[in-house]
Design a protein around this ligand. Structure first.
Ligand code: C2E
Ligand code: MG
Ligand code: MG
Length: 268
């Protein structure tokens, strides 16, 4: 593709995203994370959605990179954080007092000097328990320097907030980085989960990530679980939690509340 075309497309997307943010066309949906041992939803992940003016959804994989390059992700990310923590309060009010709220944090947000202030402000304004909050980061945070990342993660954990490493295995994974990241949870990327049960290399990688995470003292969650066969293998591997369309799609808060109310763990 011609460079000019790509640039124009980016500019168009960015312009639309600015407008969407102003016009409150962005919203957040929540996908349950299920404990394989109990069958209960231990947590939910907040995922950003953009419905453009023509009614079409623009996928986050398309607009998040543009928001990151322009810096708009900083404002949007702060808004997602507040929205998700506010939703956590609503879950509590509905009787779901021990559920965890996972929020994706871009490396661009993470690298802002005032990231911890933004976090503290959101916690203060919503009054949620920090112990019910989890931040999902990716290995790409390494670009801001491992020493700084390790310090930030310690500050986050000092507040009682948990950290998950998202999309593990897809980026420039380095085992020595991983050892320096004091995280609570390792999320196996959907690409590997979908290979389970096949002879593909991805299946072997998923199998290796579970003991690797446990060895480093982390819980392991498999993303993008779509079939019972995948669940059966993940259970055998000793994976702790699962998230995927087999259980629930990302849902608006009202639908999540219905799902939580009607969801009875199998065998419980
Ligand atoms: P992610 O954080 O790894 O989120 C998981 C993605 O997998 C979500 O895509 C979710 O809808 C999708 N998914 C979950 N279960 C299944 C399944 O069973 N099958 C399939 N095919 N897909 C499944 P989504 O919502 O399109 O988000 C894509 C990515 O965009 C996210 O990947 C995350 O990296 C980013 N993103 C989304 N919301 C935010 C946000 O608020 N802030 C930041 N910085 N990034 C976000
Ligand atoms: Mg995530
Ligand atoms: Mg992921």
């Amino acid at each position: 593709v011609e460079v000019g075309v790509v640039t124009r497309e980016r500019t168009r997307l960015l312009h639309g995203l600015h407008r969407a943010f102003d016009l409150e066309r962005l919203f957040v949906v929540y996908q349950p994370q299920i404990c394989l041992r109990t069958g209960r939803a231990n947590g939910v992940e907040a995922l950003l959605r953009w419905r453009a003016e023509d009614g079409q959804f623009v996928p986050p994989d398309q607009f998040i990179p543009v928001a990151e390059q322009s810096g708009l992700i900083v404002a949007i990310g702060a808004w997602v954080l507040r929205t998700a923590l506010h939703a956590l309060e609503q879950l509590r009010a509905a009787g779901h007092t021990d559920i965890r709220m996972a929020v994706n944090v871009s490396s661009v947000q993470f690298s802002q000097a005032n990231f911890l202030d933004v976090l503290d402000e959101a916690l203060r304004d919503t009054g949620v328990q920090p112990g019910q909050v989890e931040l999902e980061i990716t290995e790409s945070v390494a670009v801001i320097g491992m020493e700084r990342v390790a310090r930030l993660l310690r500050d986050i954990k000092d507040r009682g907030i948990a950290v998950a490493i998202d999309d593990f295995g897809t980026g420039f994974s380095s085992l020595s980085y991983l050892d320096q990241l004091p995280a609570d949870r390792l999320k196996i990327d959907r690409a590997f989960v979908s290979s389970l049960g096949s002879e593909r290399l991805g299946a072997r990688i998923a199998e290796m990530i579970v003991p690797l995470g446990h060895q480093l003292g982390m819980q392991v969650l498999a993303e993008g679980v779509e079939t019972q066969a995948q669940v059966d293998i993940l259970r055998q591997l000793g994976c702790d939690e699962v998230q995927g369309y087999l259980y629930a799609r990302p849902l608006p808060l009202a639908e999540l509340l219905d799902w939580l109310a009607s969801h009875r763990p199998a065998g419980a």
